[in-house]
Design a protein around this ligand. Structure first.
Ligand SMILES: NC(=O)c1ccc[n+]([C@@H]2O[C@H](COP(=O)([O-])OP(=O)(O)OC[C@H]3O[C@@H](n4cnc5c(N)ncnc54)[C@H](OP(=O)(O)O)[C@@H]3O)[C@@H](O)[C@H]2O)c1
Length: 333
């Protein structure tokens, strides 16, 4: 098998490499791509130095699976070029997510929608991914009608430049002038909360909030789901948290809700302690807690979910999809 990792030097790309080492045997041949600045450098895969190629049409070689995490512009320009060379493309950007013919897949929820001709498969937005993992088992028993999710999104969700900015801000707070003072976000993020994640759109919601709305409907296959989203960026390195108020068609009970979450692969319900982003960091599961029935309705559940945005929110889900393609003979081995 040949796997291409596009954006191999990024936060998501580096996690993809580690997970590929874990999921696939050492016979896999890896092709690594990044920007021109990384060309000629190497990254270790399975103990071997693998050269990084510049992502350009002339450098694209045929492969079985290409995992894209290099931003939407690169996905739009190059994904189909990899498809033309015979690859299944699993894309971490938002470029293709809402296209009708492109499956938007959360492994564990809807990987069965992938067909042999699904040559581009979209990986959902990291916050949406954590939320739908918690909602799916609840929807299965109570029938979901509407959600009010409020997210607390970590800095690593914006990539390595944002992490560098956070580190510089922290350094300058402890020793003024010790680091460059350009900020990635419009306000200081270190020790702070910015009440918007992503960019504002015409309707006053941020693009991240609109992803919550559009993508959760598509993944859960509930086109008329009502979604009232709010997203904030918090001065946390990794781990997106979400408080969610979910309204169902049926009357809910907290005990059955917790049982359904405990039985769902990829989710942990925490009863004794409250999981934080630090607990989620490095954990492949989505951690849920604080399940409460509504104060005003017996059809409402309120809960907290938190997940590692770089793992289930991005790299892990992509590698789980790649493994699904591999295990189910989607291409000739
Ligand atoms: N971070 C998350 O939690 C998360 C979650 C879900 C989805 N995503 C999506 O995943 C993608 C990557 O995110 P990230 O957080 O890993 O970003 P990142 O840390 O900033 O890494 C960006 C990667 O893209 C490469 N790249 C940038 N410009 C390029 C160009 N012109 N040609 C080829 N490669 C180029 C970079 O290569 P160089 O090192 O050479 O610059 C690097 O490998 C984005 O589309 C993002 O929206 C991220």
């Amino acid at each position: 098998m040949k796997i291409s990792i596009v954006g191999a030097t990024g936060l998501v790309g580096r996690n993809i490499i580690e997970l590929c080492e874990e999921y696939f045997d050492t016979s896999v041949e890896y092709h690594l791509y990044a920007s021109k600045e990384s060309e000629g450098k190497t990254l270790q895969v399975n103990g071997k130095e693998v050269p990084i190629r510049e992502l350009s049409s002339k450098n694209i070689e045929s492969c079985d699976i290409a995992l894209f995490s290099a931003g939407g512009e690169r996905s739009r320009e190059f994904a189909n070029q990899f498809v033309d060379k015979g690859a299944f493309v699993i894309d971490n950007s938002s470029s293709f997510r809402m296209e009708k013919t492109v499956p938007l897949v959360v492994y564990g929820i809807n990987e069965d929608i992938i067909k042999n001709d699904s040559k581009i498969i979209a990986n959902p937005n990291c916050t949406t991914m954590a939320l739908v993992m918690a909602l799916k088992p609840l929807h299965d028993i109570f029938n979901l009608l509407s959600i009010v999710p409020v997210s607390y999104q970590a800095v690593s969700g914006s990539g390595k430049s944002a992490i560098e900015s956070l580190e510089n801000e922290l350094a300058n707070l402890s020793t003024p002038g010790s680091a460059p003072d350009e900020k990635y976000y419009q306000s200081q993020i270190a020790k702070n909360v910015i009440p918007i994640a992503g960019n504002i759109t015409e309707n006053g919601y941020s693009d991240e909030e609109m992803k919550f709305s559009n993508e959760s409907k598509k993944i859960l296959d509930i086109p008329d789901l009502n979604v009232e989203p709010s997203n904030a960026r918090v001065g946390v390195e990794t781990g997106h948290g979400i408080f969610c108020t979910a309204t169902f068609e049926k009357d809910v009970d907290v005990e059955s809700a917790i049982e359904s979450l405990e039985a769902f692969e990829g989710v942990e319900y925490w009863k004794e302690t409250y999981p934080t982003p630090l607990n989620a960091q490095g954990n492949k599961n989505i951690l849920v807690s604080r399940m409460r029935s509504g104060l005003t309705s017996n059809k409402i559940l309120n809960f907290w979910a938190v997940g590692d945005n770089l793992l289930k929110g991005a790299a892990l889900n992509a590698v789980q999809i790649a493994n699904h393609l591999y295990k189910n003979d989607f291409y000739t081995k």
